[in-house]
Design a protein. Structure first.
Length: 107
């Protein structure tokens, strides 16, 4: 896993996510990724439309802290987001109800 893999996976998300699964979601999420390929990413959802950018938002609604390799595994479908959370692989700061809706990014 390297930063190129993570970057490509995140940048591809807007084309892969079904906007209907995120209908009614309006949020700014910060993905704080550690380890190889890590970095800060901003996922903005407005009326189900997702955009992705590198960087850290000034005041996100949610922050997800995890290893870049775990995010890559979730995006590829080999790691279930709920299982990852229960195993402590993901730390979530912010609105847990919105966090649950964001599972649509990984299905």
């Amino acid at each position: 896993m390297n930063s190129t893999d993570v970057t490509q996976a995140l940048e591809a998300l807007p084309d892969l996510v079904d906007p209907q699964k995120l209908a009614g979601v309006n949020t700014v999420a910060h993905f704080e990724l550690s380890g190889e390929g890590g970095g800060d990413w901003i996922l903005t959802i407005v009326d189900g439309r997702l955009s992705v950018a590198q960087g850290a938002p000034s005041s996100p609604d949610l922050t997800f802290r995890m290893e870049a390799s775990d995010l890559q595994a979730m995006l590829s479908g080999s790691l279930n987001p709920i299982a990852a959370f229960m195993q402590g692989k993901i730390k979530v700061v912010g609105d847990m109800m919105v966090a649950m809706r964001l599972q649509a990014l990984f299905t």
